[in-house]
Structure formats: structure tokens, C-alpha cells
Design a protein around this ligand. Structure first.
Ligand SMILES: [Zn+2]
Length: 275
């Protein structure tokens, strides 16, 4: 695990993978600390669609995105729907979704690009952020894997799409799986269990963990397995193993909020750009 938290000059934290080439890409995972949003979005909520004050979200976005050397108007962000649509963006999409949720790339759960200085940003509260870095062909990707996306194999599909678009080969791609809900906390029911068995007929035993009569889904391993299946070497895949529900003082967590009877919470963001 190469993930670490680095404090920035403007008093934020950047979650980073030390395996990623700093000369080639800029990337970070945000935390919930250092923003201006009020409970239950306290405080660095980066999502416009969750019921928070838009002005607060924009102030938070400005602080986080500037801490990475970009302006808010640079980012491209999608309207995430737990699907498996992957969209290639270029200069024409700069600023989509940056200030208005309605302008987001529609119904998309992964973005890929080979355009330099075009930051891709996705939002998360327990779902799995998956970073892709292809240093050979100078391309990057970012995917959102909740249980639906994970079982639809969005991680594998994103990498294969990078292959079609940029010539990315699984053996050359570096993957980072960022903080998200772990098998320690992610209890699932019948429908998810059935879909997991259908998606991973050979190895669902590894993914569905029985503990005290309850079943927990290991989303991290499910994403790793689908990447191994298409030829990514295991040593190229870095799994953070930080659970957002256990670490809900650091990260927004939908499940942790539910336990506190909160029906809403904020979102952390993952951001990546080619330099
Ligand atoms: Zn946990």
C-alpha cells in the first residue's frame, strides 16, 4: 500500500499514491476536512447534487482544486449514475460540471483522457474511486465503482476502453484504489449477493464474507479480480485499504451517516490530470 495523506499549504489533505509518477500526473483524493460546508456536509463537501449550499460547495471546490494547481473552471466531472458508461474527454469538455451539476457529462461513471492539464474529477461517499495511469501512452482514467459499477466491471471496462482509445495495455497500467467502504463494514443483502455470484461465478467465495450470520462484500477485491482477469499484474494494483465508514471522521461515508440517522452527507472527490 503506497497511499498516504499529505498536508497542503492551504490546510487541506491530499490522499496520494506514491507509486504514481509525480512528473507525469497530478492527482489527489480529498478528505472531509478544511471546508466551509455546514453539517451534515461538514466540511469539504465537493458535490453539487447532495443538497448542500451551492456557494459552499463552490468555495470548497475552489480551495481543493486550487491546491492542486488548477482552477475550478478547468475540471470535467460527470453525473454519476452507478452505470458502466465510460466517456473520453478532451479540451472541448473543459469545465463541464464545474459550477453547475446540469452541465456535467451525462450518465457517466468513468472518464478517460490523454489531454494534458485537463483534470478529471469524480465524487464519492463509500463507493470505490479507481485511478488509472498509463505512462507509456500518456493517458489517465478515473472510475466510480459502487456495488453496481463494480459488479458491472467498470474498472476492467475503463481499462479496456483506454486500450481502444489510447493503446493502453493492461500490463503497463498503474491502478490506485482509493479509500472506500471495506468488507469490515459493507453488509449486503440478497439481490447484491445474487448479482455478485453471477458476475464472479468462479471466485465469489473470496468476495462475500460471512461474519456472524451476515454477508459483507469486498468491493476492493472485486475490483482487483476484474483487473487481474484482463491481465493487469497484481503488483501494478495499489489498494488503499482505508475504509471510509471506519474512518468517517476523515472521509464522507454514506453508511456511517445512516448509522447516525442522517439521510444526507457530503462527497469526497478524486482528481487526476496528465501534466
Ligand atoms: Zn470499515
Amino acid at each position: 500500500m503506497s497511499y498516504f495523506l499529505k498536508r497542503t499549504e492551504n490546510n487541506l489533505w491530499h490522499g496520494k499514491f506514491s507509486t504514481f509518477p509525480e512528473d507525469l500526473i497530478t492527482h489527489a483524493v480529498s478528505t472531509r476536512l478544511g471546508g466551509v460546508s455546514k453539517p451534515p456536509f461538514d466540511s469539504l463537501n465537493l458535490a453539487l447534487h447532495v443538497g448542500d449550499e451551492p456557494a459552499d460547495v463552490l468555495a470548497n471546490r475552489k480551495k481543493f482544486i486550487r491546491s492542486l494547481g488548477f482552477n475550478v473552471s478547468d475540471i470535467v466531472t460527470p453525473n454519476q449514475v452507478h452505470g458502466d458508461k465510460i466517456f473520453r474527454v478532451d479540451e472541448n469538455y473543459r469545465g463541464c460540471g464545474c459550477e453547475n451539476y446540469a452541465d456535467s457529462i451525462p450518465e457517466t461513471d468513468a472518464l478517460i483522457t490523454n489531454t494534458p492539464n485537463l483534470p478529471l474529477m469524480l465524487c464519492f461517499a463509500d463507493c470505490v474511486p479507481i485511478f488509472f495511469v498509463d505512462a507509456e501512452n500518456r493517458a489517465v482514467g478515473l472510475a466510480h465503482g459502487g456495488w453496481k459499477g463494480t459488479l458491472k466491471k467498470i474498472a476492467a471496462k475503463t481499462l479496456l476502453k483506454m486500450g481502444d482509445e489510447f493503446g493502453t495495455r493492461p500490463k503497463d497500467c498503474l491502478i490506485g484504489i482509493a479509500p472506500s467502504i471495506g468488507a469490515c463494514c459493507y453488509e449486503v443483502g440478497g439481490a447484491v449477493i445474487d448479482k455478485c455470484k453471477a458476475a464472479f461465478p468462479k471466485n465469489f467465495d473470496e468476495l462475500l464474507i460471512n461474519r456472524d450470520g451476515k454477508i459483507y462484500l469486498d468491493l476492493w477485491r472485486a475490483n482487483v479480480l476484474q483487473l487481474l482477469e484482463i491481465g493487469v499484474p497484481e503488483e501494478n494494483i495499489d489498494v488503499t485499504e482505508d475504509c471510509t465508514c471506519c474512518e468517517s471522521s476523515w472521509y464522507f461515508s454514506y453508511r456511517a451517516a445512516q448509522k447516525k440517522n442522517l439521510d444526507r452527507t457530503g462527497r469526497i472527490a478524486a482528481l487526476i490530470a496528465l501534466n
